[in-house]
Design a protein around this ligand. Structure first.
Ligand SMILES: [Zn+2]
Length: 61
């Protein structure tokens, strides 16, 4: 079983996964701007993503 490590969120809202926070944000280029995201909040966000994708999948004919 492979672990993604931790989730890190930049002040701009970008989320990266890894054992350590990225040095630089790939979205806004901020340095040392990542904070660790709690695991329960990751689960909530993943649920939101699934729900958000469903209407698009239904429209894909
Ligand atoms: Zn950022």
């Amino acid at each position: 079983m492979v672990s993604k490590g931790f989730a890190w969120e930049c002040e701009c809202g970008n989320i990266e996964y890894g054992s350590y926070p990225p040095e630089e944000c790939s979205q806004c280029a901020a340095v040392d701007s990542f904070i660790k995201v709690p695991e329960d909040e990751i689960a909530e966000r993943e649920e939101e993503n699934v729900l958000a994708k469903r209407p698009l999948e239904e429209e894909d004919d």
